[in-house]
Each structure stands twice: as C-alpha cells, then as structure tokens.
Design a protein around this ligand. Structure first.
Ligand SMILES: Cc1ncc(COP(=O)(O)O)c(C=O)c1O
Length: 394
C-alpha cells in the first residue's frame, strides 16, 4: 500500500470496510485511468452522474468560462445569476405544464428533503407515503422515506407519519388517503436492483393522488437525463408528477440537485414563513453552466436513443446460464445472478480485466450496469465479453 492509499484510509472518513480504492488520475468519456496507467471501462458513470461522459469538452469549456466570470456571490435567490436563469429556463422548456419553476440545491437528498417540505406546505398535511426498498438519500428526511430498514435502525427516531407501499402494488394504493401530503416514488427503482413498474400502476397512482389531494413526487435523481432511454423516466408512462426531483447527472459532473413544480406552488416557499427554504450554495454558477452544457449535449446528440440501443445490446449479449435476467430500461440495468457471493466474484473478476461494474444498496444478488450514455457498440461488446468470461470463471 502506498502513502496516498494509507492517507486515504487514515484521514478520509470511510463509508465501508472495503472500499475499492481505485486511485484515479484521469477520466474521459467512458474510461477511468488509475495511477499505474491501467484503464477501466466505466460501467458505473460515477453512479449515474457522467451521462454525457466524463469531462465532456463542452462541459469543461463552460466551467472554465464561468470561472473567469464569477463563482459564489450570494446565497440562492437574491441576485440574478444568468447561469441559474438560463438553466432553469432550458429545463422547464423540456417539461410539461405544471413543472415550470425550478429550485436548485446541492444534492439529490437535499432536493428530496425540500420536496417533502413543499408537499407539507402545499397540502397542510403531514403524512408521507413511499415505497418499500426505495432509496432517496442519506439525510434524516430522505432516510425516513427510504424503504430499507437496515439503513435506518441505528438512526431512529426519524420522521413520524410515514407509511410504505409495495412498489407496483395496486392494493397498496389505499395507503394514500386524505391525510397524505406527498407520495414519493422512483419511476424506476434504482437501488432496489432496477425495478420497472407497470405503466398502469403509475397511472393509477396518479389518479389516487389527485383524488386524495396528495402531491405526487417523482424522484428522478437516478433515472433522469436520458438514462432510461427518455430524457426523464416519467415520459415512459406519460404520468406527470406534481413535484419532480432531480440530481446526479443534473450538474454535468458537478454537485447539484433540484426540485421542480408549478410557480404557484413554489411561491408558497416565499412567505409564512418568509425564506421557507434556503441554501447558501444551491444554484452555484459552476454546476448551472456545467448542467446546461451537459443538457444541450444530451438533447443535441440524442443520447437517450443511444442509451436505449446500447441497453438492448447489453440485454442481447448478456446471455449465460448463470444470468437469471437482465432487468431495466436503457442504460439503467441490473444483471441478476440470484447469488450474492457470485456477484462479488464477478464484479472483482471484471475489475481485474478492466471493467468497472458495481453493486446495489438493496439487492446483493445483482450487479449494476449504468455506463455513460456515450458508450459505443464496440465498448458494449468488449464489456459483455469480459462479464461473460468472469461469469464462467466464477
Ligand atoms: C433515487 C435516488 N434518490 C436520491 C438519491 C440521493 O442523492 P444524493 O446522493 O445526491 O444525495 C439517490 C442517490 O443514489 C438516488 O439514487
């Protein structure tokens, strides 16, 4: 172990006993390079962040240009900052009516927290409904609506008045009632191991929320920005939420989250109490220009279509007696092996051969494929060849 690795373990707080500890010196497109010079084909994309590829030239150029103008100047909301305004305007041009006002924050979990507050403020109610096996972030509110008990039991008490429905269960829609302020759902569950619901369930959920006066909140932190073959995953079912939560790829590789709703609803955060939600760094100009540049690349080069095509290619090529199924849409995929130990062996074997796959928080029997959406056919083919050979060796 070299000095840098030792300092990493000694001076950086750790999140698990066995971090991969790849010592990254360079990243570009779909590739990561470590200090030894070894290159990895990245099937993780910084966990669904680098959708337009690592260090896309347009993103880097926008960041450098903004660095020459100004960085942080004031907490969110007070000054007119052109990067914020242009990014919000462009985002809302892509969204349906009712999602026309953007509040920028710093991360996915912060956007979830704020969306819960907004739902309470709009409805004057307190109850929340979320899904079993969901993941919405690591802060207290997000953890409260996360449906994975093993992540929560050491941190109670959490938010009261939260109930959990089974994802994709029509019967459980009854849990949404006149007391419900908000219902938080990932339109495709990510860390549950990529679970795709029936569009009819999302439609029924929309109807139930409207009937009960509850806010439907879609957490598109992981599914957003082309990953599932659509710019936003809700487009697949056509079901439009009352509040849309974004993060990860939103900032083009820089930290950022956002929650989006109607101007009328968002206006409630300005009074009674005034400054109903505030943040110092939310809407920082660097992630705004990076996010806008990444969004233009995503739309301009139709990366959603590439995600759909390359996702289908992964599904076509990943056929092996040990693979139970390849679940998901676009480039948000789970390779189900039905055996957690085998998943470990396969992920490590792939790593030895220069392919970086990853795990899920709530599904140890599958591994994740979520590469940058710029991945090419040749790269998918070589990744699949390595995965299949790792499976045969496992
Ligand atoms: C669906 C979903 N929501 C929220 C979050 C939390 O985002 P962040 O890690 O930026 O706080 C994540 C992170 O993985 C996520 O996958």
């Amino acid at each position: 172990m070299d000095a840098l690795h030792r300092s990493f373990l000694e001076h950086l707080a750790q999140t698990s006993p066995h971090p991969l500890a790849l010592d990254i010196v360079h990243a570009e497109g779909c590739h990561l390079t470590v200090r030894s010079g070894k290159r990895y084909l990245d099937l993780v994309a910084g966990l669904a962040v680098a959708n337009v590829g690592h260090r896309h030239p347009k993103v880097v150029e926008a960041i450098k240009d903004q660095c020459d103008r100004y960085l942080h100047v004031i907490p969110y909301g007070e000054f007119i900052q052109e990067p914020q305004v242009l990014f919000a305007k462009r985002l809302t041009e892509l969204l349906p009516a009712g999602l026309d006002s953007v509040y920028f924050v710093n991360s996915g979990t912060e956007a979830i927290e704020a969306s819960l507050k907004l739902a309470k403020r709009i409805t004057g109610r307190t109850a929340l409904v979320a899904c079993k096996k969901s993941y919405h972030g690591s802060t207290h509110g997000s953890l409260s609506i996360t449906g994975n008990e093993t992540k929560k039991y050491r941190y109670r008490p959490l938010l009261p008045d939260v109930s959990f429905m089974t994802f994709n269960s029509m019967e459980d829609l009854d849990l949404v009632d006149e007391r419900t302020a908000g219902v938080v759902v990932e339109p495709i569950q990510g860390d549950a191991g990529v679970r795709v619901p029936d569009p009819s369930w999302l439609e029924a959920l929309r109807v139930r929320c409207t009937a009960m006066g509850a806010m439907l909140i879609f957490d598109e932190v992981q599914t957003g920005f082309g990953r599932t073959g659509f710019t936003f995953a809700f487009e697949r079912s056509g079901v439009v939420p009352d509040i849309l939560v974004l993060g990860k790829a939103l900032g083009g590789g820089l930290p950022m989250g956002a929650f989006i709703s109607s101007s009328e609803r968002m206006h409630l955060l300005t009074h009674d109490p005034v400054l109903g939600h505030i943040t110092t760094f939310g809407g920082h100009p660097l992630p705004c220009v990076a996010g806008l540049a990444a969004l233009e690349v995503l739309i301009g080069t139709d990366l959603s279509l590439n995600a759909e095509r390359m996702g289908l290619l992964f599904k076509e090529l990943l056929v092996h007696p040990l693979i139970h199924e390849v679940r998901g849409e676009g480039l948000m995929l789970a390779v189900e092996l039905g055996d957690a130990d085998r998943v470990q062996r396969v992920v490590y074997r792939c790593l030895e051969h220069g392919v970086l796959g990853f795990w899920f928080l709530s599904c140890p029997t599958a591994f994740r494929i979520a590469p940058p959406l710029v991945i090419k056919e040749t790269e998918v083919k070589s990744a699949c060849a390595i995965i299949l050979s790792a499976l045969s060796d496992s």
